[in-house]
Design a protein. Sequence first.
Length: 156
Amino acid sequence: MFQSFLPRNCIKTPKVRRFNHFFPEIASRNELYFQQKRTPWELIRGRAIRCMQEFNDVWEHTRKKRASMSQVGPNVWASRSNNCVKINVDAALLDGNWVGLDTVIRDVDGLVVTGGVKRVVKAYWVPEVIEGKAALYGLGLARRFGFQWVILDFDY
């Protein structure tokens, strides 16, 4: 029903089609349940179209950028070996001494192979230890996926 109102260039994948089908029902139900009001159908349709078009614009921009990254330059990582990966780790100290660790593992072409995020409960560590824990988390993730040659990159 909702798909018939969307422009053709917005309907590309089965996931988008499913989203288009369920989005109005979810939005209408939430507003009716929590705020006791109904949003006009045209407004919901306009929001969904704008959301899909923005997603398509970002997707096209990212695809063009990824194609241009094949040239090796000062801002593009180039591996010394085909079986080597780069592990980029970062850590953050959040409110109430919560610690967040994240890892991104990239292959030789600079494309993301895998990544992970972890939250540590109530850690009272100095920043050096937090970065070290992030490095250990990244190395553990790389070992779990079977990578043996790694380059570790972190901020500290």
